[in-house]
Design a protein around this ligand. Structure first.
Ligand SMILES: CC(C)(COP(=O)(O)OP(=O)(O)OC[C@H]1O[C@@H](n2cnc3c(N)ncnc32)[C@H](O)[C@@H]1OP(=O)(O)O)[C@@H](O)C(=O)NCCC(=O)NCCS
Length: 111
């Protein structure tokens, strides 16, 4: 059986059709979007693409009417991802039901 959230998926590509990165925006409730399944191709990490992908998704998120906050969940043993999200203004918020996961959040900046 297949299951899961209703998500909008985004692929990041360069000049070639090679897939550089992938991410999703999930809308769990009216005023919230969740950043999910962020991944950069293993041989392209550390080049700034993860930050670029997330910034593009933040811009996309700001075009959703009525959305005020972006949330995400990240494993506490993933320092690269936590550093990336912190750099982009996400901060730890309410505890996640699973202690190994950190819930992070930031407000949508519409300039
Ligand atoms: C997390 C991930 C998306 C980061 O992508 P990336 O392209 O390597 O990241 P960037 O090069 O854009 O780096 C942006 C920031 O992330 C942090 N970062 C990236 N790699 C890091 C590492 N190995 N260790 C610590 N911090 C790291 C740094 O803060 C960095 O900023 P800086 O270069 O100014 O120091 C990538 O490592 C990945 O795909 N990991 C596997 C999937 C995953 O864990 N996804 C997150 C699920 S919640």
């Amino acid at each position: 059986m297949l299951g899961g959230d209703t998500a909008t998926s985004y692929s990041m590509v360069g000049d070639s059709p090679e897939l550089l990165g992938f991410g999703q925006l999930v809308k769990p409730e009216q005023s919230v979007l969740r950043l999910a399944r962020i991944i950069v191709a293993p041989d392209k990490r550390g080049l700034g693409l993860g930050a670029c992908l997330c910034r593009l998704l933040l811009t996309e998120a700001s075009s959703y009417t009525g959305v005020e906050r972006l949330t995400l969940g990240v494993y506490r043993d993933n320092p690269a991802a936590i550093a990336l999200y912190s750099k982009l203004g996400f901060a730890e918020r309410a505890p996640h039901p699973r202690p190994e996961i950190m819930s992070m959040e930031r407000v949508i900046d519409r300039g």
